[in-house]
Design a protein around this ligand. Structure first.
Ligand code: 5GP
Length: 303
């Protein structure tokens, strides 16, 4: 055969490796779109089953699930086990019984229409308030509930912005008048609660609402507003959490011990939540939270 009809093996290999690189890039773009909340995992799966030669079809199910905001690697493995899908399976290679199982699973994870209420919770000292401060500054479309609290203001905290600082008597009145969507006593000391009216007014105005509250409060919201999405903010490790709590130096050693004991119990609550975000780095964690909320990214060039 002439060289023109049959290219030398080297050229074959070069072309094949170029094709492999292009395919990998296309799959990475699909994953990035799911991670950013720009594309739903369900849409990716449906596309894979319609177009068996596309990048969606050659994406591994593991990669698809782990790119869904709030799932993470540990949960991906658990979901794969529950779905009876092996780790190496590609979306396009799923069998007739596996496809409806994955479809059902992904449908249940679609943002529910009308669901505008989101709760950000997690163990003490995980960095909830730093993260919500960052989201507040970077994503002004998110409506932040301002809690009422009986705790005294810390330096720099502004009444009506960070909290409504109220007396014990006023907090009693808010409870009695049923003006709080939820409330809890945090760290056995002060009471904190979410004023109901502003939250529902913001939802009625079509805004996405974020409550940054403790785990007991998250449970109360679940009981009262079952369609709310509960997001658990987890530390990268237990050591990291201890470091944060001791490092910030705002509590004395006895209070630190008490809060660490609480944190251990709180970490165990993550399975009750709809989504998990690991707080490795504030910008990335914020992006994951707003992607879960269906807020478009790119409001600030660095956010
Ligand atoms: P801090 O006193 O450090 O601002 O907050 C202490 C804890 O109270 C944090 O875990 C925070 O999430 C929680 N918290 C703040 N506001 C509320 C609220 O309205 N309800 C509940 N249940 N917890 C809150």
């Amino acid at each position: 055969m002439s060289p023109a009809a049959s290219p030398p093996p080297d050229t074959d290999r070069a072309a094949a490796s170029r094709a492999a690189v292009a395919a990998r890039r296309a799959r990475a773009a699909v994953k990035a779109a799911v991670e950013a909340g720009e594309r739903s995992a369900l849409d990716v799966a449906e596309t894979a089953w319609r177009e068996p030669t596309g990048p969606e079809a050659t994406l591994r199910v593991t990669d698809l699930l782990s790119s869904i905001p709030g799932i993470g690697r540990v949960r991906t493995q658990r979901f794969l086990d529950e779905l009876g899908i092996s780790e190496r399976k590609r979306v396009g290679g799923l069998g007739a019984r596996q496809r409806p199982r994955l479809r059902g699973f992904l449908r249940n994870r679609q943002p529910r229409p009308g669901n505008a209420l989101f709760v950000l919770s997690g163990p003490t000292a995980v960095g909830k308030s730093t993260l919500s401060e960052f989201i507040r500054e970077s994503y002004p479309q998110v409506y932040f509930s301002v809690s009422a609290t009986t705790r005294k203001p810390r330096p720099g905290e502004i009444d009506g912005v960070h909290y409504h600082f109220v007396s014990d008597a006023e907090f009693d009145r808010l409870i009695a008048a049923d003006e709080l969507l939820e409330w809890a006593t945090v760290h056995n000391s002060n009471r904190y609660g979410t004023p109901r009216e502003p939250v529902f007014r913001a939802i009625a105005e079509g805004r996405r609402v974020l409550l940054e509250i403790d785990i007991a409060g998250a449970r109360s919201v679940r009981a009262r507003v079952p369609e709310a999405t509960l997001v658990f903010l987890a530390p990268p490790s237990w050591e990291d959490l201890v470091q944060r709590l001791v490092g910030r130096g705002t509590e004395d050693p006895a209070e630190q011990r008490r809060r660490l004991a609480t944190a251990r119990v709180e970490l165990a609550a993550q399975s009750e939540f709809d989504a998990l975000v690991v707080n490795r780095e504030v910008v990335t964690a914020a992006r994951e939270v707003v992607a879960l909320m269906g807020v478009p990214r790119g409001i600030r060039s660095d956010a």
